[in-house]
Design a binder for this molecule. Structure first.
Ligand code: RIB
Ligand code: CA
Length: 325
């Protein structure tokens, strides 16, 4: 089977880390590089956390490139309240020394995407992608596919009543990326809160994972403990919403989600700043620049998440079926 080349642009981040773990467990994907952007935590913290995840997965062969430290225009606002002071759930895992790369994230993207046949899974604010669009528009258009965890259609926001963090944190970047996609006739696959909110890692699921693989399970427990507490305090939810892994799972298996093609713009000012305005009714008479996902097979996601990370076939995950509705 030919592997699909992909760059994962992220802000690790607890759920970004779970997404990286899933991607590295998928033999059909070739993660050619990881690019980091300031988001959940500052870019240097994200770089450090990405190294910790690669080390845990035995994949320090994959290069990690530092990208934008601040948004295009707005002040940088982290999500450390959600991800902990180390942006990895206050797991305070040992630092992995070195590993600096000779070029930055966007230079790497230009080279790798410029070769053709390379997709991007974007899991953080779109600042790096916006810089690529600004500096090398033709290369941006050579992206095989762009799958973005971000935005929302009918679901409420998580940074304001209408805005999701990745697009809210750098609205100018998200707006530019969607505008350039429209110009180039690309469709961004928007894995937004409408679908990711259904992906809830529960205590039972985590416990089952730990029983099946204590070492890997304890790593996941260490980085998600803070996240479980945050969700209880914030939403009285017993569990934690793991947004980013769904973008990776959907990239590998489109049948996990369904949605609509639509023209989407991102608001860059006022009370709705960061909102993904999805023109589902065609008011603007614009060609679609997005596939907005609205339905998800959450059970199918967890079958994939467990199956790939634990390298187990479904029949060896008998308890899972009773745990996922
Ligand atoms: O709104 C959720 C998104 O913002 C996730 O990607 C999370 O990691 C943060 O980046
Ligand atoms: Ca993220």
């Amino acid at each position: 089977m030919e592997k699909r080349k992909v760059i994962i642009d992220c802000d690790p981040g607890i759920d970004d880390s779970l997404a990286l773990m899933l991607a590295l467990s998928m033999e059909e994907l070739q993660v050619v590089g990881i690019t980091v952007v300031s988001g959940n935590g500052p870019v240097n913290m994200g770089f450090s956390n990405a190294k910790k995840v690669l080390k845990r997965m035995g994949r320090l062969d994959i290069p990690i490139y530092k990208g934008a430290a601040v948004p295009l225009k707005r002040e940088y606002v982290s999500a450390l309240d959600t991800h902990g002071v180390d942006a990895l759930g206050e797991s305070f895992l040992p630092e992995v020394p070195g590993y600096e790369q000779p070029v930055d994230a966007v230079e790497f993207m230009k080279k790798e995407i410029g070769r053709g046949g390379c997709s991007v899974i974007a899991l953080g604010p779109m600042t790096n992608l916006a810089r690529l669009a600004n500096e090398a528009r033709a290369v941006f258009g050579k992206m095989e596919e762009l799958v973005s965890m971000g935005g929302n259609f009918r679901s409420h926001g998580n940074c304001s009543p209408v805005a999701e963090y990745n697009y809210w944190a750098d609205p100018e970047a998200a707006a530019l990326v969607y505008q350039v996609a429209a110009e180039l006739g690309m469709k961004i696959h928007m894995v937004g809160l409408d679908v990711t909110r259904r992906i809830v890692l529960t205590p039972d699921l985590l416990e089952y994972f730990c029983r099946l693989d204590p070492k890997l399970g304890e790593f996941i427990r260490a980085i998600t403990r803070f996240y479980f507490d945050f969700h209880w305090k914030q939403e009285h939810l017993i569990g934690c919403v793991i947004n980013d892994p769904l973008a990776v799972a959907y990239f590998a298996d489109r049948s996990l989600c369904d949605g609509i093609e639509a023209y989407t713009e991102i608001e860059t000012q006022g009370i709705s700043i960061g909102q993904s305005v999805v023109d589902s009714q065609g008011f603007y008479r614009r060609e679609p620049n997005s596939v907005v996902l609205t339905k998800v097979n959450a059970a199918g996601f967890f079958r994939m998440f467990f199956g790939r990370l634990l390298n187990r076939s479904p029949e060896k995950l008998d308890l899972l079926e009773r745990m996922i509705s």
